[in-house]
Design a protein around this ligand. Sequence first.
Ligand SMILES: [Zn+2]
Length: 225
Amino acid sequence: MKVTFQYALQKFNEYNQLCFDNCLPQIPIRISNSRRALGMFVHPRNYPESAPRGVGECSLRISCRLDLPPNEVDDTIIHEMIHYYIWYEKLKDTSSHGPIFRKIMNQINTRYHRNISISHKCSAEEISSDTYNRNNYICVSRWRNGEVGITICARTKIFEINRIFKTIPDLLSLEWYWSRNPWFNKYPVSRTSKVYKIKPDELVTNLSTATPCEIINNIFQPKSH
Ligand SMILES: [Zn+2]
């Protein structure tokens, strides 16, 4: 669906009542065209700790760039509303998606049968401040034109993606790694052989702590030599 302002506003009011006891004051909702950040809660930085929260400079941005099913749009809106709630109530979390965020998220998921997650739904800034360690199954592809690509693969799709890559004529080589370095969290987990271009020096730096892996007889394992 294409997100509209009317839709986002209606859902904000609906979930404010359903999930947050109507405690969140209305703030401007803006429709953006961002590909990276599907949603974003914008608030003043360095807000005086002792002052009660004023919401005059806050807003909620929802991207209409991707054609997502309504359920995922709603999950994105609620995700951002959790950020708003934590800021508004001055709750102290350890990071953007720390224990408090996850506790509220899990409660809403359980109680209202939602599927809110902390991945893919965040601003670049949030992602870089994230300390969440996910398992990254990293496929590095080197191409005939000199470019280097990266694909973070879904665990269940590693073998399929490996097989598909090997049929692409312009591919020079393929390397596999496993890493929990949160730097890789900025890439979405792929279920297909989708390649993101990456600067070789950036890759080398962030792969320095990764475990080189290999696929032998349909087993994904650390490289033996
Ligand atoms: Zn977030």
